[in-house]
Design a protein around this ligand. Sequence first.
Ligand code: GRF
Length: 210
Amino acid sequence: MQRKRVAVLISGRGSNMMALIAAAKKPSYPAEIALVVSNRPDAGGLRFARSEHIATAVVDHTAFGKDREAFERALQAELDKHRIDLVCLAGFMRLLTPWFVKRWEGRLINIHPALLPAFKGLDTHARALAAGVTHHGATVHFVVTEMDAGPIILQEELEVRKSDDAHSLAARVLEIEHRIYPTALARVARGERTIAGGPSHDRNDRPPKS
Ligand code: GRF
């Protein structure tokens, strides 16, 4: 099977991106990381991607003011240029518009540091502790227009310790993230998991050009 060409979108340190890059080094892995895009020129993960000889692009959202679609058209142009099949959000701190999300429906996935549908949005670890949950974890899901609400691909949970603070919890959840993101991407790349739930037919089609 042809390996899927994946773009990883980041805004910061990129540790999930690194986990995906490491997994994709195995010849049997069904995807290759063909591009890393950051909306922030100073994202730490960019340096790592470059050191791995992976193509990188910066699409700085501040250059587009409030015009989210103009930002996304520039992003789309990079994805087209690199013939991307699947997009992984990995600490990408921009909300995407329905224009972009619909265009990539079923080929756009995200990692979220909580057991969705619990604790959508930001500050998940502090909110989980404040709520007194006994279990917490991470989720990989398809992206839909509603934030953190798409079909779940994979989750893993841990037990919250009495001694946990947001920092210690974040560190243990991050270990889970680095484990489940590569597995979830492999399942999607192999067509074992689709946004509709079941396995897919092999699809070589790409999003239409605008
Ligand atoms: C991760 O916890 C991810 O789940 C969240 O933002 C963090 C990004 O970390 N959305 P990194 O940039 O992958 O290290």
